[in-house]
Design a protein around this ligand. Sequence first.
Ligand code: TMP
Length: 219
Amino acid sequence: MKGLFLTLEGIDGAGKSSHLDALEALFRSQGRQVTRTREPGGTPLAETLRGLVLEQSMDPLTESLLVFAARRDHVVQVIEPALARRDVVLCDRFSDATFAYQGAGRGFDLQVLATLERWVQGLYGADSGALLQPDLTLWFDLAPEVAAERLAGARLPDRFESQPLEFFRRVAGGYAARAAAAPRFARIDAGQPREQVWQQVEAALAERGLVADPSGGAP
Ligand code: TMP
């Protein structure tokens, strides 16, 4: 058994986080230790940076540096040790969000993001160029119009949630481009009823042999 790094991605309102409890329970029922975490965040320092990124206005380079600084602390303090213990790391967002939000959404330079990604996720001692990346990314794909309806009135929006529909169209396009380039993505049709979304999640895990008995039913 080895560690498993699983991330959940999607635009705001796609409903990804509502499946975290069930995912954790599923892996625990298979005898796995689970480290559940999120980005930006997951350590005291990274949670402080999260507060800044979600609340303070700043230019896209500052925003990118802060999310990658938070990620560096998170990778070193939480993710790498958990994978070394062979935990399942369930992480609500990771660097695909940076390429989607800062890259596609804000229009920030993808080459600069790729450089920061190498600095922050470079696996020293491994083959040169190897990066820490998720083993599987569950991409909750939902039309931005539907996500906006779901979010409307849900809570006070943060700096990202309050962006116009056009921003989320670009973010959704950013996720689609990342997914097309990497087989680690499993696309989940998040427009379906919740129970069917969960069935797709289970099926994605089963297809990859990540859960032994995926017929546990809805959360
Ligand atoms: P959350 O609401 O899913 O926890 O995510 C927090 C917000 O931060 C969400 O709107 C996406 C945004 N975000 C980025 O812009 N860049 C990133 O690298 C990450 C991880 C999140």
